[in-house]
Design a protein around this ligand. Structure first.
Ligand SMILES: CC(C)(COP(=O)(O)OP(=O)(O)OC[C@H]1O[C@@H](n2cnc3c(N)ncnc32)[C@H](O)[C@@H]1OP(=O)(O)O)[C@@H](O)C(=O)NCCC(=O)NCCS
Length: 171
């Protein structure tokens, strides 16, 4: 039996998920739908978030998503997610998506994304998360970078709220 990582660590939040691109996942060009990848990203990251806080979680936002390589029918899609930082009730999760050619084994980066999940209680209100134990220098550096992204994200949220207040027909 493999040893389980210590609760609260980045390693404990790491999730690997594998999908094979089937015909019902593809568009008319024979490559996977962007929305399908978004759905897999949301599931993979959500498991990371839930594994950390052992609580119900909701997606608050997903940062810019760039599809850098098309993924073809029959290719293997490998998703890997892990926490980079815990704030108070929210957590940032890094997701890397690779496309593997099943015949050659060649792997290419397909998508990289960051999402924020919020731990919520039974009423759907934000609930405090346990702290993240960052151990390696790399984990600590990624945690610091996450703080900078959070600042930008919350500023974006503030501006969106201002714009919505000026267009009450959208709310
Ligand atoms: C996400 C949600 C719980 C936030 O609730 P809220 O009443 O706005 O709460 P707050 O303003 O106190 O924010 C709570 C936390 O969410 C974070 N947050 C809120 N909106 C965010 C956004 N757009 N991006 C990143 N983080 C966000 C806040 O920074 C805060 O984090 P912190 O406690 O770690 O500092 C609420 O907006 C919600 O339920 N949204 C719908 C979620 C949903 O349906 N997702 C899709 C299906 S799972």
């Amino acid at each position: 039996m493999p040893t389980m990582p210590e609760p609260g660590t980045v390693a404990n939040s790491r999730v690997h998920m594998t999908q094979v691109v089937m015909p019902n996942n593809t568009n008319t060009h024979g490559t996977v739908f962007g929305g399908e990848i978004m759905s897999w990203i949301d599931i993979c990251a959500g498991v990371s978030a839930q594994r950390h806080c052992r609580n119900n979680v909701v997606t608050a936002s997903i940062d810019d998503v760039h599809f850098v390589t098309p993924i073809k029918l029959g290719f293997v899609v490998i998703l890997e997610s892990e926490l980079t930082a815990v704030f108070h009730t929210s957590m940032e999760i890094s997701i890397v998506v690779m496309a593997e050619n099943p015949r050659t084994g060649e792997r290419k980066l397909a998508v990289r994304a960051y999402s924020t999940f919020v731990s919520v209680n039974d009423q759907g209100n934000p609930k405090k998360c346990p702290p993240l134990k960052t151990i390696s220098a790399e984990e600590k550096s990624r945690e610091k970078a996450a703080q900078a992204r959070r600042t930008r994200r919350l500023e974006h949220r503030r501006l969106e709220a201002l714009a919505a207040a000026e267009s009450p027909e959208i709310s």
